[in-house]
Design a protein around this ligand. Structure first.
Ligand SMILES: Cc1cc2nc3c(=O)[nH]c(=O)nc-3n(C[C@H](O)[C@H](O)[C@H](O)COP(=O)(O)OP(=O)(O)OC[C@H]3O[C@@H](n4cnc5c(N)ncnc54)[C@H](O)[C@@H]3O)c2cc1C
Ligand code: SF4
Length: 471
């Protein structure tokens, strides 16, 4: 959807803005910029269209050098291609709970946010319009300035019973898997990592929402570093597939290469801040299959409901908030005649306290090195609390716990250049502009100072849109 160029042609002119990356954070920042600016989008990977992804399963993924010091396997998932992880995400789009922005103020945990729910709310509403989000019924918990663009997907039978039992705790899960709008309607087959009918929002299927005549894309160009002269960003250095490096000039640079990529680029650029590359984090989660005394399944999409029964409260000083997702498909069938669907699949997702010792560093060969020390006592305590109390938020008996799996990843990469009002403790400010370097933004969930149990992409997109508007 964008006009394209090559690296040498891009180097022959000065751009108003260079945006590194082409996924949610890069595109919503672009969407927020005023028209008339000449923008170059610099993408490390290639454009791989949806048909090619389906027929060849070609979806290049980063392999990071990773020192895992924990007692549990750990993965960090980053796809390097046009649209990044939007190609493989599942489209879960809860807003952060208003209390997520006050974890430090209310519970003395982690670090303060420089934005709150009310400041972000209009941007949430705009992003939901662009993503054609299907949702509803959550208005009392999440105040809204505009209704959801499309109604929520049909709930599963167990979800319906739960909503009827505790309408204060159970809600339809908002989804960027279509239930009306321009994309095909989601049909709940549950292979959302590569949706065959293109029902979920991706940058590829919705790029026209961001394109303008003055935006140009160069692909196959890895941003290695930002050129910073006298505390002002002047452009970037890119590397092609043959290893050749070229300088590209711009008046403003925005990095949207995810929390690992952004930290690496800033470290290579000579940005020295005690928090840079630290506090790498994501949620801890447990997947449960439960045999229950109620019919289940038959909802309208793959993940249908959320439970907030273990989310906010005084416990949050010691034990994490937990969000519960119910999975409708792919369903595993109960092996008893007449009781095939008397089963629930749930995922318990706990917030995390970002820890300074979980890091992104650059090794002697200029390559990325990750160090992970494991999930905290805090997140584990939240999961224990939610598992122990699960029966209390269900209106039917749990007959058996069929399986319990501690996940190796939530596929959310967060922390590493956290935002804040205080330049001494934070890398970027409230609009994600670097403290101490002019004309440089670091976008995405790398800026999160705390870790909501909610999926990050709606929030990081709203923050990126707000950052673009600030230029
Ligand atoms: C399987 C899976 C399911 C998920 N499901 C959900 C979900 O349901 N809900 C949710 O909220 N989140 C989900 N996520 C997380 C979500 O995908 C990320 O939060 C989101 O993609 C982050 O957006 P981003 O733009 O910051 O970074 P990314 O999507 O990681 O994109 C980074 C971009 O930068 C490019 N790039 C990288 N390095 C460089 C470089 N040096 N120079 C130039 N370009 C570079 C990449 O190719 C890519 O285009 C899921 C992730 C996965 C993997
Ligand atoms: S449930 Fe099926 S149709 Fe819906 S987004 Fe997932 S893969 Fe696509």
């Amino acid at each position: 959807v964008f006009e394209t160029t090559d690296i040498q042609s891009a180097a022959s002119r000065t751009w108003d803005v260079i945006v590194a990356g082409s996924s949610f954070s890069a595109m919503f920042f672009l969407g927020g910029l005023r028209s008339g600016l000449r923008v170059l989008v610099v993408e490390k990977g290639q454009v791989i269209d949806h048909d090619t992804q389906l027929s060849t399963r070609t979806r290049p993924q980063e392999v990071f050098a990773h020192e895992n010091l924990s007692d549990h396997p750990k993965e960090w998932v980053a796809h390097t291609m046009f649209g990044g992880n939007s190609n493989c995400w599942w489209g879960q789009v809860p807003r952060f709970h208003p209390s997520d922005f006050r974890l430090f103020e209310d519970h003395g945990r982690a670090a303060p946010w420089p934005v709150d729910y009310a400041m972000l709310e209009p941007f949430y509403a705009e992003v939901e319009q662009v993503m054609e989000v299907a949702g509803g019924g959550t208005e009392e918990v999440f105040p809204r300035s505009a209704p959801y663009p499309h109604p929520p997907h049909a709930l599963s039978l167990t979800d319906k019973a739960c909503v009827a039992y505790r309408p204060d705790l159970w809600f339809p899960a908002p989804s960027a898997r279509s239930n009306g709008g321009n994309r095909a309607t989601c049909c709940a087959n549950g292979v959302c990592r590569l949706c065959p009918v293109d029902a979920k929002f991706t940058i590829l299927n919705s790029g026209k929402a961001f394109t303008r005549p003055d935006v140009t894309l160069v692909s196959g160009a890895e941003v290695v570093a930002v050129d910073i002269e006298g505390e002002v960003a002047k452009g970037v250095v890119v590397r092609d597939s043959a290893g050749r490096e070229t300088a590209l000039r711009a008046d403003l640079v925005a990095l949207g290469t995810n929390a690992i990529g952004n930290a690496a680029i800033l470290l290579r650029s000579g940005v020295a801040h005690p928090a840079l590359g630290r506090y790498l984090h994501e949620q801890a989660s447990v997947a449960l299959v439960l045999d229950v005394a109620h019919k289940g399944y038959f909802g309208g999409t793959s993940i249908t409901a959320h439970c907030y029964g273990f989310y906010d409260g005084p416990h949050r000083s010691e034990a994490a908030a937990v969000l519960i997702e119910t999975l409708n498909a792919p369903a595993t069938v109960r092996p008893e005649r007449g009781r095939w669907t008397d089963r629930m699949q749930v995922k318990l997702i706990a917030e995390e306290i970002p820890a300074a010792e979980n890091t992104v560093t650059i090794d002697g060969a200029d390559d990325i090195q990750l160090t992970w020390t494991g999930h905290s006592v805090y997140s584990r305590a939240g999961l224990t609390r939610a598992e122990a109390g699960l029966a209390e938020v269900l209106p039917f008996e749990i007959e058996d716990v069929v399986s319990r799996v501690v996940n190796t990843t939530e596929a959310h990469i967060q922390g590493t250049h956290r935002m804040g009002a205080d330049p001494a403790s934070s890398v970027v400010d409230g609009v994600m502009a670097l403290h101490g370097v002019s004309n440089l933004f670091a976008l995405g969930s790398g800026a999160f100072p705390t870790c909501s149990p909610a999926n990050p992409t709606l929030t990081l997109s709203a923050l990126a849109l707000r950052a673009g508007r600030s230029v």
